[in-house]
Each structure stands twice: as structure tokens, then as C-alpha cells.
Design a protein around this ligand. Sequence first.
Ligand SMILES: C[S@@+](CC[C@H](N)C(=O)[O-])C[C@H]1O[C@@H](n2cnc3c(N)ncnc32)[C@H](O)[C@@H]1O
Length: 247
Amino acid sequence: MRAQPFANCLLLGLVLFVLATPGFAQDDARPRKAKKSRPLTEYMGREIAMTMHYAGAEWLIRNEREREERCSLLLDNLGLKTGMTVCDMGCGNGFYALPIAKLLGPRGRVLAVDIQPEMLFLLRERMELEGIRNITPILGSVDDPYLPEQTVDLAILVDVYHEFGFPEQMLAALRKSLKPNGRIVLVEFRAEDDDVPIKPEHKMTKRQVNRELAANGFKLAAEFEELPWQHVMFYEADPDWQPKEDR
Ligand SMILES: C[S@@+](CC[C@H](N)C(=O)[O-])C[C@H]1O[C@@H](n2cnc3c(N)ncnc32)[C@H](O)[C@@H]1O
């Protein structure tokens, strides 16, 4: 007679044990999200730069920037057309996202990605001030920009690629986000030129950019070398490239 409550307790205990044991009650065939590894500090022989902190955001919108970097010349040579979808990867406070959104017109849009919510807050403030509605701010993570697939005509990366702690994951995500004829464009301070007044780890040589992009399935499609301080390198997905695990 007294065995019944004991058996009930035993059963309850067993159920609680099963539910509390990690993975015990899960279907093992179900894919699980891989644990994040640590960000790299070096990639293909290059030191990776620290993320530029949002406290320095004012520097991005300084008055001298146009004279120093000739930003309007860059905008004129990006091949922007009305109605395009452009990703501004590492948009900061929107120095480029805002004028690009205007150039694309109401049918175009900018997907403005950054990993610092404070940068996106500053971007939203500037959008409101200028009445701009065709920018979608996206809070990315260090290894995933959360972009929709096959959507982007052009992804611009101004002064940001060298900060990626997960360059391979970021480039893979960018590759997936591109439309079939989509491109990415890297704008990087010239490491070949000692007169460019930027810290060495925030600069890149053309050779290094090419090595890293080629290793990740991109081929150089065009270049623009008329800016005073920066390389401008356009890449397309290389259709013959295979990711490491498929080789
Ligand atoms: C030097 S700022 C350049 C900002 C902007 N592109 C410009 O030219 O004004 C670099 C920005 O890239 C962002 N960033 C760094 N790593 C990133 C990543 N993995 N995904 C998205 N943004 C990133 C930083 O938070 C920072 O706002």
C-alpha cells in the first residue's frame, strides 16, 4: 500500500532529472548553434585593429574629413543608382549612410550595420534631424551582420574591414547577402604610404587586401586610386571558389 507514493516520488524524480540534464531531452540530430570562438588578433600575417569606440564618433563627422579624404569623390565613384540596396557595413554614426540614402532616392535603401548600439543611436538621431527614412539600422554581432540573403547590390566598408575580429565569418555573410551581380567595396587607408597619418594597424596594403579577399571567395573587379589617403577596391563573388570544408 505504502509503495505507491514511493513509486510516484521516484517517477517524479526521474522526470525532473531528465528535464534538468542538458541535452538529455533534446533531439541530438538537431543542429545546435556553434559556440562563439574568440576574435582573432592577427589574420594572414596582419595585426587586427581594435574597434573604434563610439566615444570618438565626432571624429567621423569632422569638418576636415572632406578635404582630407575627398569623400564626395568617393561617393561619385561608387556606381550608385537610384533604387539600389546598399549595405553600409560598420556605418558608425552614418557619415556615409546618410548621403548614400539621399542618392538612392525613396525606392532605394541603406542597410546600416554596426556592432555598437551607441553608434546606431547617433545614426538614428542624425536620420531624424535630416528626415531620412530609407535607412534600416541593423545591430550586428562581431561575426554576423544579420543581413538578408541575396539582397544587396553594393556593400561599402569604409575604414572597417581591418577591425573585423572574425574576417572569414563576416566575408562569408557578406557574400551570401549579395545579389548575383552584387559587389563589395573596401576603402582602406594605404599602408604603403607613410605620409597617411593613421595608426599602422588601421591601414592595409593592396596586396594584403587582395590576399585576404581572394582566400574568402572574392575576386577584384575594379579599383579607384584617386583618393588622397585610401585604396578603393571593388570585389565580386568568385564563382569558382569553394569554401574550405568543401575542398
Ligand atoms: C572607424 S569606424 C568607421 C565608420 C564609418 N564607416 C565611417 O567611415 O564613418 C568603424 C566602425 O565599424 C564598426 N565595426 C567594427 N567591427 C564591426 C563588425 N564586425 N560589424 C559591423 N560593424 C563593425 C565599429 O563599431 C565602428 O563604428
